[in-house]
Design a protein. Structure first.
Length: 224
Protein backbone atom coordinates (compact mmCIF):
# COMPACT_ATOMS: atom_id res chain seq x y z
CA UNK A 1 0.00 0.00 0.00
CA UNK A 2 1.13 3.53 -0.63
CA UNK A 3 2.01 5.95 2.09
CA UNK A 4 -1.08 7.96 3.01
CA UNK A 5 0.85 10.75 4.62
CA UNK A 6 4.49 11.05 5.50
CA UNK A 7 5.77 14.14 7.17
CA UNK A 8 8.19 14.53 10.03
CA UNK A 9 7.75 17.81 11.92
CA UNK A 10 10.16 16.68 14.60
CA UNK A 11 10.63 18.94 17.62
CA UNK A 12 14.12 19.20 19.09
CA UNK A 13 13.54 16.61 21.86
CA UNK A 14 12.85 13.89 19.28
CA UNK A 15 15.88 14.49 17.11
CA UNK A 16 18.32 11.60 17.38
CA UNK A 17 21.87 12.30 16.29
CA UNK A 18 23.91 10.05 14.06
CA UNK A 19 26.11 9.13 17.03
CA UNK A 20 23.18 7.55 18.86
CA UNK A 21 22.20 3.94 18.17
CA UNK A 22 18.98 3.79 16.21
CA UNK A 23 16.27 2.17 18.34
CA UNK A 24 12.73 1.79 17.03
CA UNK A 25 9.86 0.57 19.16
CA UNK A 26 6.92 -1.36 17.72
CA UNK A 27 3.52 -2.12 19.16
CA UNK A 28 2.40 -5.74 18.77
CA UNK A 29 -1.34 -6.35 18.23
CA UNK A 30 -2.53 -5.01 14.87
CA UNK A 31 0.87 -3.39 14.25
CA UNK A 32 3.22 -6.38 13.90
CA UNK A 33 0.65 -9.17 14.23
CA UNK A 34 -2.98 -9.73 13.31
CA UNK A 35 -3.97 -11.45 16.53
CA UNK A 36 -7.73 -11.23 15.97
CA UNK A 37 -8.26 -14.91 15.03
CA UNK A 38 -6.19 -16.14 17.97
CA UNK A 39 -7.69 -13.73 20.50
CA UNK A 40 -11.20 -14.62 19.33
CA UNK A 41 -10.42 -18.29 19.97
CA UNK A 42 -8.97 -17.45 23.40
CA UNK A 43 -12.10 -15.51 24.39
CA UNK A 44 -14.29 -18.37 23.21
CA UNK A 45 -12.26 -20.77 25.35
CA UNK A 46 -12.56 -18.40 28.32
CA UNK A 47 -16.33 -18.22 27.82
CA UNK A 48 -16.59 -22.01 27.77
CA UNK A 49 -14.34 -22.34 30.83
CA UNK A 50 -16.27 -19.80 32.93
CA UNK A 51 -19.78 -20.32 31.60
CA UNK A 52 -20.02 -16.57 30.96
CA UNK A 53 -21.08 -15.12 27.63
CA UNK A 54 -18.37 -13.07 25.89
CA UNK A 55 -18.95 -11.48 22.49
CA UNK A 56 -15.59 -12.46 21.02
CA UNK A 57 -16.34 -10.83 17.68
CA UNK A 58 -16.89 -7.48 19.40
CA UNK A 59 -13.88 -7.92 21.68
CA UNK A 60 -11.45 -8.23 18.79
CA UNK A 61 -12.54 -4.85 17.43
CA UNK A 62 -11.19 -3.21 20.60
CA UNK A 63 -7.61 -4.50 20.67
CA UNK A 64 -4.94 -2.26 22.15
CA UNK A 65 -5.85 -1.42 25.75
CA UNK A 66 -5.00 -3.77 28.64
CA UNK A 67 -6.87 -7.07 28.85
CA UNK A 68 -8.55 -6.09 32.10
CA UNK A 69 -10.48 -3.34 30.32
CA UNK A 70 -12.23 -5.91 28.14
CA UNK A 71 -12.73 -8.40 30.95
CA UNK A 72 -14.63 -5.75 32.92
CA UNK A 73 -17.29 -5.73 30.22
CA UNK A 74 -18.22 -9.32 31.03
CA UNK A 75 -17.28 -9.96 34.67
CA UNK A 76 -17.77 -8.12 37.97
CA UNK A 77 -14.80 -6.14 39.28
CA UNK A 78 -14.06 -8.65 42.04
CA UNK A 79 -13.41 -11.34 39.39
CA UNK A 80 -11.35 -9.28 36.93
CA UNK A 81 -7.91 -10.29 38.26
CA UNK A 82 -8.83 -13.98 38.52
CA UNK A 83 -10.43 -14.16 35.07
CA UNK A 84 -7.60 -12.20 33.47
CA UNK A 85 -5.11 -14.71 34.86
CA UNK A 86 -7.25 -17.56 33.52
CA UNK A 87 -7.37 -15.96 30.07
CA UNK A 88 -3.59 -15.58 30.02
CA UNK A 89 -3.18 -19.24 30.97
CA UNK A 90 -5.51 -20.33 28.16
CA UNK A 91 -3.89 -18.01 25.63
CA UNK A 92 -0.85 -20.08 24.54
CA UNK A 93 -3.00 -23.07 23.60
CA UNK A 94 -5.66 -21.13 21.72
CA UNK A 95 -4.21 -17.87 20.40
CA UNK A 96 -0.70 -18.43 19.05
CA UNK A 97 -1.13 -20.65 16.00
CA UNK A 98 -4.10 -18.71 14.62
CA UNK A 99 -2.28 -15.38 14.63
CA UNK A 100 -0.70 -13.99 11.46
CA UNK A 101 2.10 -11.53 10.82
CA UNK A 102 0.88 -8.19 9.51
CA UNK A 103 1.96 -7.31 5.95
CA UNK A 104 5.50 -5.95 6.09
CA UNK A 105 6.07 -6.81 9.75
CA UNK A 106 9.19 -8.93 9.35
CA UNK A 107 10.57 -6.53 6.73
CA UNK A 108 10.00 -3.52 9.02
CA UNK A 109 11.92 -5.10 11.89
CA UNK A 110 14.65 -6.26 9.53
CA UNK A 111 14.94 -2.75 8.05
CA UNK A 112 15.78 -1.31 11.46
CA UNK A 113 18.41 -3.98 12.03
CA UNK A 114 19.83 -3.54 8.54
CA UNK A 115 20.57 0.08 9.47
CA UNK A 116 22.50 -1.14 12.51
CA UNK A 117 19.61 -0.40 14.85
CA UNK A 118 17.60 -2.24 17.47
CA UNK A 119 13.93 -3.12 17.00
CA UNK A 120 12.08 -3.51 20.30
CA UNK A 121 8.47 -4.48 20.96
CA UNK A 122 6.58 -2.52 23.61
CA UNK A 123 3.07 -3.87 24.15
CA UNK A 124 0.18 -4.02 26.60
CA UNK A 125 0.11 -7.78 26.11
CA UNK A 126 1.37 -10.14 28.82
CA UNK A 127 5.07 -10.40 27.98
CA UNK A 128 5.46 -14.22 27.90
CA UNK A 129 2.56 -14.48 25.43
CA UNK A 130 3.97 -11.65 23.33
CA UNK A 131 7.26 -13.55 23.07
CA UNK A 132 5.41 -16.72 22.00
CA UNK A 133 3.81 -14.80 19.13
CA UNK A 134 7.10 -13.38 17.90
CA UNK A 135 8.87 -16.73 18.11
CA UNK A 136 6.06 -18.54 16.29
CA UNK A 137 6.00 -15.94 13.49
CA UNK A 138 9.80 -15.61 13.29
CA UNK A 139 9.78 -11.86 13.98
CA UNK A 140 13.23 -11.23 15.40
CA UNK A 141 12.82 -8.36 17.85
CA UNK A 142 15.85 -7.35 19.91
CA UNK A 143 13.81 -6.91 23.10
CA UNK A 144 10.21 -7.41 24.21
CA UNK A 145 8.59 -5.43 27.00
CA UNK A 146 5.01 -6.25 27.97
CA UNK A 147 2.16 -5.01 30.17
CA UNK A 148 2.61 -1.33 29.23
CA UNK A 149 -0.20 0.75 27.73
CA UNK A 150 -0.44 4.27 26.32
CA UNK A 151 1.64 6.79 28.28
CA UNK A 152 3.20 3.99 30.36
CA UNK A 153 4.92 2.69 27.20
CA UNK A 154 7.26 5.67 27.54
CA UNK A 155 8.97 3.87 30.45
CA UNK A 156 10.38 1.21 28.12
CA UNK A 157 10.90 3.56 25.18
CA UNK A 158 13.03 5.88 27.31
CA UNK A 159 14.90 3.01 28.99
CA UNK A 160 15.92 1.64 25.59
CA UNK A 161 16.61 5.04 24.03
CA UNK A 162 13.95 4.69 21.32
CA UNK A 163 13.64 7.69 19.02
CA UNK A 164 10.70 6.23 17.06
CA UNK A 165 7.60 4.32 18.16
CA UNK A 166 5.35 2.59 15.63
CA UNK A 167 1.77 1.70 16.54
CA UNK A 168 -1.81 1.48 15.34
CA UNK A 169 -3.68 3.05 18.27
CA UNK A 170 -4.06 6.58 19.64
CA UNK A 171 -2.67 5.15 22.87
CA UNK A 172 0.52 4.35 20.97
CA UNK A 173 0.70 7.93 19.74
CA UNK A 174 0.36 9.16 23.32
CA UNK A 175 3.10 6.77 24.43
CA UNK A 176 5.45 8.07 21.76
CA UNK A 177 4.78 11.69 22.70
CA UNK A 178 5.32 10.96 26.40
CA UNK A 179 8.70 9.42 25.53
CA UNK A 180 9.60 12.38 23.26
CA UNK A 181 9.81 9.89 20.40
CA UNK A 182 8.61 10.26 16.84
CA UNK A 183 5.14 8.74 16.45
CA UNK A 184 4.75 6.62 13.33
CA UNK A 185 1.16 5.40 13.03
CA UNK A 186 -0.09 2.58 10.83
CA UNK A 187 -3.78 2.51 9.92
CA UNK A 188 -4.15 -1.24 10.45
CA UNK A 189 -5.90 -1.32 13.83
CA UNK A 190 -9.10 -0.03 15.43
CA UNK A 191 -8.26 3.68 15.05
CA UNK A 192 -9.09 5.49 11.80
CA UNK A 193 -6.42 7.59 10.07
CA UNK A 194 -8.06 10.85 11.11
CA UNK A 195 -8.08 9.72 14.75
CA UNK A 196 -4.37 8.93 14.58
CA UNK A 197 -3.62 12.28 12.98
CA UNK A 198 -5.75 14.15 15.51
CA UNK A 199 -3.91 12.36 18.33
CA UNK A 200 -0.64 13.81 17.03
CA UNK A 201 0.97 11.12 14.87
CA UNK A 202 3.99 12.63 13.11
CA UNK A 203 3.92 10.07 10.29
CA UNK A 204 0.92 8.13 9.00
CA UNK A 205 1.35 5.00 6.86
CA UNK A 206 -1.22 2.67 5.36
CA UNK A 207 0.64 -0.29 6.84
CA UNK A 208 4.16 -1.51 7.56
CA UNK A 209 4.95 -2.20 3.93
CA UNK A 210 5.71 1.51 3.62
CA UNK A 211 7.94 1.60 6.68
CA UNK A 212 11.33 0.56 5.19
CA UNK A 213 11.19 3.35 2.59
CA UNK A 214 10.20 5.89 5.24
CA UNK A 215 13.02 4.64 7.48
CA UNK A 216 15.57 5.19 4.71
CA UNK A 217 14.70 8.88 4.69
CA UNK A 218 14.66 9.11 8.46
CA UNK A 219 18.10 7.53 8.78
CA UNK A 220 19.48 9.78 6.04
CA UNK A 221 18.19 12.77 7.97
CA UNK A 222 19.99 11.63 11.13
CA UNK A 223 23.29 11.64 9.25
CA UNK A 224 23.04 15.25 8.12
Amino acid sequence: MATMASHTPVPDPTVATASQTLTVGFDLDMTLIDSRPGIKAAYQALSAETGTYIDADAAITRLGPPLEQEIRRWFPEERVAEVSDLYRSLYPEHAITGTLAMPGAREAVAAVQRHGGRAIVVTAKYEPNAKLHLAHLDIAADAVIGSLWAEAKAEALRAHGASVYVGDHTGDVRGAHTADALSVAVATGPCAPDELSAAGAHVLLDDLTGFPAWLEGYVAGRKR
